[in-house]
Design a protein around this ligand. Structure first.
Ligand code: ADP
Ligand code: NI
Length: 603
C-alpha cells in the first residue's frame, strides 16, 4: 500500500467511525473494524488487493438502508465521499460495485464479480456467524423490538427482501433463516474453513437454548426450538453415553428425538416416585454420606438434573411413541422398570435390547450395556430387528418387578442371568481387595487407589460406577483391611495396600484373617490358571507334527525332527509328576481357605 492509499484508509476509518459510532442495530463501529480486519486477513490468504478490500470493508455498511433514508441516498453518500477524498476513479468504481452487491437481505442476490468483493462479503458474513453473530442477532432484535423466541412464529424458508426486513421473526428463527445458512453461501475457501467452528458454535448454542427451554415445560415437545412440533418418535436413554451415540445415529432424522433420564439406579436406595422431594432427598443423602468430598458437588448436581428429568419426561411422553434403549446392564433394566411404572399403560412403548441383538449376531463379543455401543453398532441393532412393542402384560410385569425391588429395600443391585438381584453393599469388596493384592500389595507396596478402581471396573463382567467402588475402598480402609498413605479426600491423592499379616495366626484379628483369605484366594486362582495354561501347551506340543516343523526350520529336517521329539518326550516325563504336585498344592490351599472361612469371627 502506498502513502496515498494509507491516507485514504485512515480517512475511511474516520468517516465510518463518525457514521457508525453508537449504533445499536448490530452495525456499530466495532462491527466495521472486525469486518475490515477479517477482510485484510482473507485478502492475504487469497492473494487479493488488500487496499481495495480494506477500503470497501470500512465503507460497506455506510449505505445500509437502516442508517439512511433510502438505499439510493446512502449509495450517493458513499459516492460523494469517494470523490471528495480523491480515490482513483477505477477504485471508486470497484468499491461502489462491491457495496451495492453486498447486502444479504433475504435471497442470495446477484453474485460478486471480483475476488475483492467476494472477500468483503465473506468477512461481513463471518461476523454474522459464531458467538459474535449470536450476540449481534440478540442486539438487533432488541433494537427492532422482536422477541428472542416465540414458538408461535413459524419459520420462513422462502422470503422476499421485504419479508426479511418487515416480517415477524425471532432471534431463534433468524438463526435458521440466516446464521445456519451462511456457511453455505461463502465465496472463498479460506472463509469456508474459518466458518466451520462458527457454525458449530451456533448449533451448540441452539442445543443449550433448547435444553433450558425444556426445563419443567409440559408443552416442550410442541415448543422445542430445535424440533418445532415435528417430533414423531422419542428415543429414551438412561445415560449420556448412550444418548450421545443415539444422537449421532439419528442426526439426519429430524422427527426422531433423544431424551436422557440419567441417575445410575444400580447403586443407592430406591424410593417411590410418588413423593418426589423425598425420593431425591433420600438418594442424595445416601450418596453424600459415601462419596468422596471432591465428588460431592458434582454428584449432587447430576442427581438433581436427573431427578428433574424423571419428574418431567414420563408425563410428557405418554402421548408419543417411545423407543426405550435398555440392554444387558442393571442400570438400564432398572431405568426401564422405573420408567414404565411412571407411564402406566403406555399405548406405544417399544424396547430395544441392542446388547442382545448384537450378541446374537456376533456371538463371540459380549457387551456390558448399551452405553458401550457406538452409533454404528446401534444402527446395526436397529437394522437387524425392529423395536419390540411392549404389551400391556409386559408393562404390568416390569412394574411389578420394580415394586419388588423397592420392597427389597437394598442399596446395590446386579443383573444375573437377566434377573435383577438385590445384593449386599459389600458385593464388590472381594474384587477390590484382590485387585489391590495382585497389583502390588504382595510386594508390600502401595498403589494409587485410582489404579485399583480402574482394575476392578475394567476387569469385571458387570459395569459399576467408579465413585461407588471408591466409596468401598474408603470403607475397607476404615475397617482396617486396607492401609493407605496420602490424603483420603480424592481418588488420586492416596494409595492403598493390603494390611500386614506377618504376625502368627493366633494373633490375627478379623480383618487380618480377611486379608489373608484374599492372598490365599488369589494364589489359588493364579495357580489354577497356570495349570490350565500348562496343560494346554503340553497338549499342543504332543500333537504337533514335528516332521513338518523340521522342514520349516532347516534343510536337515530329519535330525531336527528327532531332536525335537526327544525333547518333548523328556518334558512330558517331568511334567506329569510336576502337575500332580501342583494339584496337591491347590487342594491344600483350598483347605486353608475353607478353614479361614469357617473360623469363628470376633465380635
Ligand atoms: P448486514 O451486516 O449484511 O447488513 P443485516 O443488516 O441483515 O446484515 O444484519 C445485521 C445483524 O443483525 C446481523 O448479525 C444479523 O444476523 C442480525 N439480524 C438481521 N435480521 C435479524 C432478525 N430478524 N433477527 C435477529 N437478528 C437479525
Ligand atoms: Ni455489515
Amino acid at each position: 500500500m502506498n502513502a496515498m492509499q494509507c491516507h485514504i484508509i485512515q480517512q475511511a476509518q474516520d468517516f465510518a467511525r463518525a457514521v457508525h459510532d453508537g449504533d445499536s442495530s448490530g452495525h456499530d463501529w466495532w462491527h466495521i473494524q472486525r469486518v475490515a480486519r477479517i477482510a485484510k486477513i482473507l485478502a492475504r490468504l487469497e492473494g487479493a488487493n488488500t487496499y481495495l478490500c480494506e477500503l470497501s470493508a470500512y465503507l460497506h455498511d455506510i449505505a445500509d438502508e437502516k442508517l439512511n433514508e433510502s438505499k439510493e441516498k446512502g449509495y450517493k453518500r458513499v459516492k460523494e465521499w469517494l470523490m471528495q477524498t480523491g480515490v482513483e476513479a477505477s477504485d471508486q468504481e470497484q468499491v461502489l460495485e462491491i457495496i451495492s452487491t453486498m447486502s444479504f437481505s433475504g435471497g442470495a442476490g446477484r453474485p460478486m464479480l471480483t475476488l475483492e468483493g467476494q472477500i468483503v462479503q465473506d468477512a461481513d458474513r463471518l461476523d454474522a456467524m459464531g458467538a459474535i453473530g449470536i450476540a449481534r442477532s440478540f442486539a438487533y432484535a432488541g433494537w427492532k423490538g422482536q422477541s428472542m423466541y416465540d414458538p408461535a412464529i413459524p419459520l420462513r424458508t422462502e422470503m422476499t427482501r421485504e419479508e426479511y426486513r418487515k416480517g415477524k421473526s425471532s432471534v431463534i428463527n433468524h438463526f435458521y433463516e440466516k446464521l445456519l445458512i451462511l456457511s453455505g453461501l461463502l465465496n472463498t475457501e479460506s472463509a469456508r474453513l474459518l466458518a466451520n467452528g462458527k457454525h458449530q458454535e451456533v448449533e451448540l448454542f441452539l442445543r443449550a437454548f433448547d435444553k433450558e427451554w425444556a426445563m419443567g415445560n409440559e408443552s416442550y415437545l410442541h415448543e422445542s426450538p430445535i424440533h418445532r412440533g415435528q417430533v414423531s418418535r422419542v428415543h429414551i436413554a438412561f445415560d449420556d453415553s448412550t444418548a450421545g451415540s443415539l444422537r449421532m445415529m439419528l442426526r439426519s432424522k429430524p422427527g426422531e428425538m433423544v431424551v436422557t433420564l440419567g441417575d445410575d439406579l444400580m447403586v443407592g436406595p430406591l424410593v417411590k416416585d410418588q413423593d418426589f422431594s423425598r425420593s431425591f432427598a433420600v438418594r442424595n443423602d445416601w450418596f453424600q454420606k459415601r462419596y468422596s468430598p471432591s465428588h460431592r458437588d458434582e454428584n449432587r448436581l447430576l442427581l438433581m438434573e436427573s431427578a428433574v428429568n424423571w419428574l418431567t419426561w414420563p408425563q410428557l411422553l405418554m402421548e408419543w411413541p417411545c423407543v426405550i434403549w435398555a440392554g444387558n446392564a442393571a442400570s438400564e433394566q432398572l431405568g426401564l422398570r422405573r420408567l414404565l411404572s411412571l407411564m402406566p399403560d403406555h399405548p406405544h412403548a417399544m424396547l430395544v435390547d441392542a446388547t442382545r441383538i448384537l450378541q446374537e449376531q456376533t456371538s463371540h463379543i459380549t457387551y456390558r450395556g448399551t452405553f458401550e455401543l457406538d452409533s454404528d453398532k446401534l444402527r446395526m441393532a436397529l437394522d437387524a430387528a425392529d423395536p419390540v412393542q411392549l404389551t400391556p402384560t409386559d408393562q404390568v410385569d416390569y412394574r411389578a418387578d420394580w415394586e419388588r425391588l423397592m420392597e427389597e429395600d437394598g442399596v446395590l443391585r446386579v443383573l444375573q442371568a437377566g434377573v435383577l438381584r438385590t445384593v449386599p453393599e459389600s458385593y464388590f469388596d472381594a474384587e477390590i481387595l484382590q485387585a489391590a493384592y495382585v497389583l502390588d500389595a504382595r510386594e508390600g507396596l502401595y498403589r494409587k487407589s485410582a489404579r485399583i478402581i480402574g482394575e476392578v471396573i475394567g476387569k469385571g463382567e458387570v459395569s459399576i460406577s467408579d465413585s461407588f467402588i471408591e466409596s468401598r475402598v474408603r470403607h475397607l480402609i476404615r475397617q482396617g483391611i486396607l492401609t493407605y498413605t496420602g490424603e483420603l479426600d480424592a481418588m488420586r491423592f492416596y494409595s492403598v495396600s493390603l494390611v500386614d499379616v506377618s504376625k502368627p495366626e493366633d494373633q490375627w484379628n478379623n480383618t487380618q484373617r480377611l486379608a489373608n483369605r484374599v492372598k490365599i484366594q488369589t494364589l489359588l486362582e493364579e495357580m489354577m490358571e497356570i495349570q490350565l495354561l500348562e496343560r494346554r501347551i503340553m497338549d499342543q506340543l504332543t500333537q504337533m507334527d514335528t516332521a513338518e516343523l523340521g522342514q520349516l526350520v532347516s534343510e536337515e529336517a530329519e535330525s531336527v525332527k528327532n531332536g525335537m521329539q526327544a525333547c518333548i518326550q523328556e518334558l512330558m516325563l517331568t511334567y506329569k509328576p510336576h502337575m500332580e504336585q501342583q494339584t496337591s498344592v491347590i487342594t491344600l490351599l483350598s483347605d486353608v481357605r475353607r478353614r479361614l472361612d469357617a473360623a469363628p469371627s470376633e465380635p
